[in-house]
Design a protein around this ligand. Sequence first.
Ligand code: 4AD
Ligand code: MG
Length: 473
Amino acid sequence: MKRTKIIDILQSQEYGQPVLAKGWVRTHRNSKSVHFIALNDGSTIKNVQIVADSEKFDADLFRLITTGACLSVEGLLTESPGSGQSCEIQAETINILGTCPADYPMQKKGQSFEYMRQYAHLRLRTNTFGAIMRIRHNMAMAIHTYFHNHGYYYFHTPLITASDCEGAGQMFQVTTKNLYDLKKDEEGKIVYDDDFFGKQTSLTVSGQLEGELGATALGAIYTFGPTFRAENSNTPRHLAEFWMIEPEIAFMDLEELMDLEEDFIKYCIRWALENCHDDLEFLNKMIDKGLLERLQNVVNTEFIRLPYTQGIEILQKAIAQGKQFEFPCNWGDDLASEHERYLVEEYFKKPVIMTNYPKDIKAFYMKIDEEKPVCNGKVMNDTVQGTDVLFPQIGEIIGGSVREENNDKLIAEIKRRNIPMKDMWWYLDTRKYGSCPHAGFGLGFERLILFVTGMQNIRDVIPFPRTPNNAEF
Ligand code: 4AD
Ligand code: MG
């Protein structure tokens, strides 16, 4: 007999028909004459209830049906008299595919997420992590569908790179050199000409620069892949290995970029609301009672678009009225997360797209604004057409910009920042040969999953997190 997935069994109304289910035991309880077994196979958050007459089966068999054990159950599908489920399986045969001893670490309910992180290989079998992983899959589908439907090409940028053009953070080196016997020059510097690529290479911190090559040929592309940053930020929002989505579009200006960011992110959240109903309902009940309402609000609200300079004025006014922050916020400072949270969660109570940041706190490739801003009546330094999308609970979820397409201005900025030009020749060719205005952004996939699931720690929305001092599993 062919196995039916539990998600399909629960929707079936073929009562009286035989059915074969396979899965892992969530709970097992019994009254005098019957045993009730809740079975889950990962296809849905919901369990199917197996009803087994005590007399029909050996008592030894029931003793092996412990939480976490894997079963194959054949029986008749029947309408369920109990509340909470429409149907159940009256067991005819039960086979134990895998027993589960009493030291199974996921046995107890209500374990802390911290505890479960030690068992990342087994936590996937819990209701919460099952829900998160199904939502994660659905978000990936939403992203591919959105871009495909809007005429973007999925463009694969390399994970191994010889440049740190982004300057986004510390990089992980990639080498086949013998670390115990390194070839060095007279000054004692490591020589890479005998390394695999004949030069120093690392794991990428962003696919953007190669993405720009794609966009200035194909018109509109997006990347979706792993990204690596070795910064030692041990926070609930940072991973050393995370997934980033980076669309890049020719002929797009700042207004259109913000429209895209807002439309795209709303599409993803709407997708979750439409396709992940049971899992979201579960998370809303068990993890975060405000989750569904927050998702609905974001879908139905217009994001605030706020130039950095105006943001600073709002923050300074709040400080003048007695609001206390740990960090200063003068024009030119990078906003701390407390400042972002104030604007998003207290002042506007909506997602905020912050724009036109001071040039010195953003990457070299951002297009410089024509006019200098005025802050509290004073003319300030140059700003750039960068955008950060700031979300309630999350902070920065997207970072993007219009790119500087003028070759001379871009080279001047590269020189000013002492970025080695020799690594950049291929990137600068986009500006030399048929340069075009273009823009793009990067969405942190796990930050999106954090928002959609209501989880608090980024380590809990990726199957096997990589963080400082943690590369287990
Ligand atoms: O703001 P970032 O550094 O921007 C870039 O890398 C640009 N090249 C993107 C582009 O314009 N194509 O990173 C983009 C997003 C952030 O907004 C954040 O959501 C996420 O990537 N991110 C991280 N997520 C998890 N762990 C980390 N260590 C992250 N660093 C950035
Ligand atoms: Mg950023």
